[in-house]
Design a protein around this ligand. Structure first.
Ligand SMILES: Cc1cc2nc3c(=O)[nH]c(=O)nc-3n(C[C@H](O)[C@H](O)[C@H](O)COP(=O)(O)OP(=O)(O)OC[C@H]3O[C@@H](n4cnc5c(N)ncnc54)[C@H](O)[C@@H]3O)c2cc1C
Length: 261
């Protein structure tokens, strides 16, 4: 049968619109498709929740592709390796509890398994604001990244979610917008974003996990966003904390959703 250009266009438009429309009301909206956001989304969808993930860039994966200083290998500790095993990413003992994995295999596998598990991922979409009801976040304000980049005066669209995960990395973009625009303190010790500290791998990995929690009613932080929000150290190119933080964010939100059913 001859290929028809119009059918190709119709297929893309109709399929995308169906996927997007169906994703405008979900249990959890994840902002940022780095390792923390992907892992959180994966565990939540596996637990039976409806999840959409919005990523500003064309490629999913955040800062994991480049390993350390563009040497595309990552290091994980024993606990982090456990999550790589769940996803089926090969890792190899280097020495003394330090494992390595190919950065490209790691992030492409996290991404593929997450989509196959049922998470709807929207790349090229930037989250520019939150939707509020009193002092609780109940959704996100979305626009095409291209609109943002071109500084076009085009109104965004909105979606509703019971919980939001800010997994935007160092930028902590969702939390920043709340700090700037909402007349209520964050759930940090100072009520503000505390900012990331200099590098201390061991402590940072522990604190990434500890700081994975609710930062504002309805919003949890995961990955580097957790560290930046609650003022912890950076850790360098060890990625176990990012994976474990995603897992913990999913577990915490899963508990809440279960209670609210
Ligand atoms: C300056 C710098 C320093 C770094 N230092 C460290 C370090 O000390 N330790 C370390 O482990 N890693 C570091 N990294 C690498 C990397 O950020 C992390 O290792 C790791 O990838 C963080 O994982 P994550 O999932 O928290 O966020 P990321 O991998 O950064 O992913 C966040 C994703 O969110 C997306 N995003 C951001 N804002 C929005 C928005 N508004 N809407 C939609 N999508 C959005 C981004 O495009 C990105 O893909 C650094 C990176 C940079 C740029």
């Amino acid at each position: 049968m001859a290929l028809d250009e119009v059918i190709i266009s119709q297929a893309i438009i109709e399929r995308f619109l169906h996927k997007f429309t169906d994703s405008l009301e979900v249990d959890v909206a994840v902002v940022g498709g780095g390792p923390a956001g992907l892992v959180a989304a994966y565990y939540l969808v596996k637990a039976g929740y409806k999840v959409s993930l919005f990523e500003r860039k064309l490629s999913i994966g955040g800062g994991m592709w480049g390993g350390g200083m563009m040497f595309n290998e990552i290091v994980v500790q024993e606990e982090g390796k456990r999550i790589l095993d769940v996803f089926g990413v090969k890792s190899e003992l280097y020495r003394d509890g330090h494992y390595t994995a190919d950065a490209v295999e790691a992030i492409s596998t996290l991404c593929s398994r997450t989509v196959q598990a049922g998470v709807k991922i929207f790349n090229l979409v930037s989250v520019e604001d939150v939707v509020l009801r009193q002092e609780r976040v109940v959704g996100l304000v979305l626009n095409w990244t291209a609109v943002e980049m071109a500084n076009l005066h085009v109104d965004p669209l909105t979606m509703r979610s019971r919980y939001v995960i800010d997994a935007t990395g160092h930028a902590t973009e969702v939390v920043k917008v709340i700090e700037r625009k909402v007349d209520a303190p964050l759930l940090t010790p100072t009520g503000k974003i505390m900012g990331e500290k200099s590098l201390w791998a061991e402590q940072a990995e522990l604190l990434t996990l500890e700081n994975t929690k609710e930062v504002f009613p309805g919003v949890f932080v995961a990955g580097m966003s957790a560290n930046a929000s609650f003022g912890a150290y950076r850790m360098g190119p060890i990625f176990g904390g990012m994976l474990l933080s995603g897992e913990k964010a999913a577990a915490l939100i899963g508990e809440r959703l279960k209670k609210e059913r």
